[in-house]
Design a binder for this molecule. Sequence first.
Ligand code: APR
Ligand code: PHB
Length: 389
Amino acid sequence: MRTQVVIIGGGPSGLLLGQILHKHGIDTVVVERQTKDYVLSRIRAGVLERGFVSLLEEADCADRLHSEGFTHDGTLISYGEETFRLDFKELTGSSVTVYGQTEVTRDLYEARGKTDATTLFQVEDVEIQEAKSQAPTVSLTHEGVKKTIQCDFIAGCDGFHGVSRTSIPAEVRTEYEKIYPFGWLGILSETPPVNHELIYSNSNRGFALCSMRNNALSRYYIQCSINETPQDWTDDQFWDELKRRIPSEFAERLVVGPSIEKSIAPLRSFVCEPMQWGRLFLCGDAAHIVPPTGAKGLNTAASDVYYLYNALLEFYKQGSDEGIQNYSQKALKRVLKTQRFSWWFSSLMHQNPDQSEFDAKMQIAELEFLRSNASAQKAMAENYVGLPY
Ligand code: APR
Ligand code: PHB
């Protein structure tokens, strides 16, 4: 089998890259470890930056997003007895779109299914060979048959636990990581959202977030210990704790109901440098992980895709290898800025069990500064709606 670009991983990164390359006449094969249904069963955040929306439009995959997505011009931020609204629209002229990642992935699979592009599901034993050559290959087993795919380039879009990152020699890689001493207990409930915009709350009992998927499907999170399991919390205990952590006006009107999904996510910051090795390029979670506070995981995968597809277009359409030579350097500049924002916002909004009394004082001072200073709010809003690519 031969193609121009092998994309390892059929999550949002791989599918978005595949769809845009297809539009520009570049042939791809996507190889995915799971089934499509399994990929689509994942419940993930969906706060889309303006840049991501533009990429989906470019991929001709934004129709449902525009008809079913929610435009949010701001968010509420609460701490202690204070609650204020960060007005993205007024501060930046931009908004964000709330549209579940699962739906983005579904739309991308539907679009790819309408093309003649090859997608191999339930692949096993994926291995990358000759990444430093001009004729790399990807070997795998599919339906019990061993296959080798010849290609020009490999996009490692296979997430944190994929094979791509570790195909870069350990002595070449530098990995930066921060593990946070808390997690997020999240539930999905078929209840109306408590507010039309998100509510981020730093209460003295811990962080809470009120979000949504649509007008009848709400997504809520509370900070929890990394030693807890979802089974440690009944629905009633979750709702009672959430009410203690959000402003009383919202706690009073919160509509509760049975959880249809309940899970705990650990929080980590992670970056791998470089994001390429010869003709292997890492995109998305394969290269970096952020704590979910700023909803930057999916959006940073999108900016990686933007830099990589432009580099590949330059190569195939203009014969220039400038973009593919500089992909890692260019992508990392924005990756590290979104890492900073995600780390800053997470540190600002959580009760860190290891923090000193001084740290706690500085956290409140930072929140006070954000609430009262237009420049601080503009800086946060620009990060939240998405820094330029
Ligand atoms: N071979 C083939 N596919 C693989 C392999 C492998 N060895 N290992 C992993 N995969 C697949 C996974 O099954 C998954 O479908 O790669 C895909 C990676 O998708 P994601 O983990 O969603 O990563 P990405 O596409 O970069 O999207 C990043 O998704 O996980 C969220 O928070 C993350 O929002 C961020 C976004
Ligand atoms: C979500 O809706 O799951 C969500 C929204 C915003 C975040 C994190 C998660 O910052």
